[in-house]
Write a protein that binds this ligand. Structure first.
Ligand code: MG
Ligand code: ZN
Length: 439
């Protein structure tokens, strides 16, 4: 509870004289009357630790009586029998530490009063479109109240600059959750490698990773698993996960869990039969070398772009050595010819969201420098699409290796280091589990 109170205090200071309206996520229909699994809005979770829909947090720094108000669902015996427990207004103050808790039904009546005196209203209409009309209505009502004296906000400003700068640098509570998400995911990848053999299906591997992380205590997957056998690996966001795994091909697995709302994001690539072919090995070694060169750049004070540049250079050199690119390293880098094989960035912020918030360039458009508490993925890859006019032997090979790196005071900590990635380790592990499944 104190973690969230401390974050709200910092957010209140960051919002200055403005009032921030931060809604929860809503339940979303999947089909007819059944819903998608509920996932709380990350900003709302960051400031409350409260996992119910139909709630709104209002931070009003200048308000004379209460700077922090939570609107939430009331207790309801019938609804709770059918749909699950609710915290309720009475318990919210003690459980969540907010100054004032009110019924969500009172929001339209109370919000204008909370806006009086504020210069700016912080609200994100893109994330909460269904809520925008109510917020604008509250602004009009606040102006009506203050026609003669006082003031009320005239414009709506995105709270992201203030809030997402906070979320970019993880506190101890967040780092603990991310360490665990990384460790559980690494263990699940190891077990999935053991269970891989020709004739298994992509969906079995996906299910195994989900099972292992859930069994160990993770609540959700952090994103839709990518389990891509053979040249499915050259489709960056392949998610069908339904093909059979073929002898002699590679399997690319990009799958990870979420622990207490914090994501891991891990990719490993391994041979279905446990042995890399010479061509697979050659590509894999380049990607691994690129990842190691990139990880070495994850240091406090280094520009965020540096690790991408290191990965690009290593991949370009490797592609030239294999004859997949022609010419010198510098010209291939400058003309971005490597992009035929490596068309994505080398990393993104990681946290409450798998592609987490936070800028990569500052207000002057300079690259952000890495700082302790930031968490980034490092995930180079090479994808030799069938359509590329290149050496046939390499066609259909796709390799990505992805780890989650916490920037520390003196370098970095790899949160997902326990997932095997050396060739000798992988070849020793893949397929080593005794077959027990009934087909
Ligand atoms: Mg990933
Ligand atoms: Zn990623």
């Amino acid at each position: 509870m104190s973690v969230y109170a401390e974050r709200r205090a910092r957010a209140l200071a960051a919002f200055g004289g403005g009032v921030a309206v931060i809604p929860s996520a809503r339940e979303i229909i999947r089909s007819n009357d059944s819903e998608y699994p509920f996932r709380q809005n990350s900003d709302f979770w960051y400031l409350t630790g409260f996992d119910e829909p139909d709630a709104v947090l209002v931070l009003a720094p200048e308000h004379p009586e209460h700077t922090c108000v939570l609107f939430l669902r009331e207790r309801d015996r019938t609804m709770e029998i059918w749909n699950g427990r609710r915290l309720g207004v009475e318990a919210a103050r003690d459980v969540l530490g907010v100054e004032l808790a009110l019924a969500i039904g009172d929001l339209d009546a109370k919000l204008p009063e909370l806006l009086v005196g504020a210069q700016t209203l912080y609200f994100d209409p893109e994330t909460h479109p269904a809520f925008e009309a109510r917020v604008r209505g509250a602004m009009r009502a606040a102006h009506a109240k203050t026609r003669r004296a006082g003031r009320a906000p005239h414009s709506v400003t995105d709270p992201a600059d203030a809030l997402h700068a906070m979320r970019l640098v993880k506190d101890a509570h967040e780092i603990a959750a991310m360490r665990r998400a990384g460790a559980l995911t690494a263990q699940a990848h190891t077990l999935a490698m053991r269970a891989t053999r020709p004739g298994a299906h992509e969906y079995e591997i996906a299910a195994r990773i989900e099972f292992e992380t859930r069994r160990a205590g993770a609540q959700h997957m952090a994103y839709q698993s990518i389990v891509a056998g053979a040249d499915n690996a050259t489709i960056l966001h392949y998610r069908e996960n339904r093909d059979v795994l073929l002898d002699g091909t590679l399997l690319l697995v990009d799958a990870a869990c979420e622990v207490d709302y914090y994501a891991a994001d891990v990719t490993r690539t391994w041979p279905v039969n446990g042995r890399f072919s010479p061509e697979q090995r050659a590509i894999y070694e380049i990607v691994l070398a690129a990842q190691e060169a990139a990880i070495a750049q994850v240091q406090p004070g280094r520009p965020q772009r540096a690790f991408h540049e290191a990965a690009v250079r290593t991949i370009t050199e490797g592609l030239i050595d294999l004859g997949l690119l022609q010419g010198g390293v510098d010209e291939n880098v400058e003309r971005e010819r490597y992009r035929d094989y490596y068309m994505h960035g080398t990393g993104h912020w990681l946290g409450l969201d798998v592609h987490d918030v936070g800028r990569t360039r500052d207000a002057q458009d300079r690259p952000i420098a890495l700082a302790p508490g930031m968490v980034t993925t490092v995930e180079p890859g090479i994808y030799v699409h069938r359509d590329l006019p290149c050496d046939e032997r390499f066609k259909g090979i796709g390799v990505r290796i992805e780890d989650d790196l916490l920037v520390t005071n003196d370098g970095h900590e790899n949160l997902t280091a326990a997932a095997p990635k050396r060739i000798d380790e992988i070849e020793a592990i893949v397929g080593s589990e005794a077959v027990t499944a009934v087909r």
